[in-house]
Design a protein around this ligand. Sequence first.
Ligand code: ADP
Length: 188
Amino acid sequence: MVDNSKPLGIILWFTGLSGSGKTTLAEAVKASLKKINISVCILDGDIVRATNHQNLGFSESDIKSNNSLIVDMCVLERKKYDVVMVPIISPYRQSRNEALMELSPRFYEIYFSASLECVRRRDVKGLYDKADNGLINNMIGVSPNNEYQIPITPDFIINSEKDKLSTSVGDLFRFIVFQLKKYSGPHK
Ligand code: ADP
């Protein structure tokens, strides 16, 4: 239920290559925040695509449509939760800027830094292997048609290539708690 006395939830827009750690960190930090009674909603780009919008593929225009739909979902979910996390590759600066315009203030772009070599090595979902074998076109970061545009001024950087998962969980947890404290005033 929507509680209008609560401030709108903060939005954490996780952007980075597939395999850079967005989903893993969202789940882990959600568990830590739950322990201190902070409610979290995770709007996972893949899940939204698989459930509500099965027609959307990975062409540039479909990726942009998917990103816009998720912005609309953030508008609703932030009324119910303290924190909305959006693990979504979101390779285009234009889409991320649109999210910022729609959802600011209380919007934070979190860049998940990991090189293509690193995420290829992990290949959590087997997608890079499929791309190399021609089973997937348009793989973001691999296909020349679908480059990943690195954020220029992210609000926070998680370096999942260099840091251990436990370090990143702690870093992100502290960042979120710090931002929430800034906004613990009345609903605007
Ligand atoms: P994405 O959601 O970005 O596609 P995943 O979270 O599915 O990526 O996969 C990231 C992988 O990287 C996981 O196997 C995770 O355990 C590993 N990993 C290693 N170090 C980190 C870190 N510091 N932060 C997040 N994930 C990490």
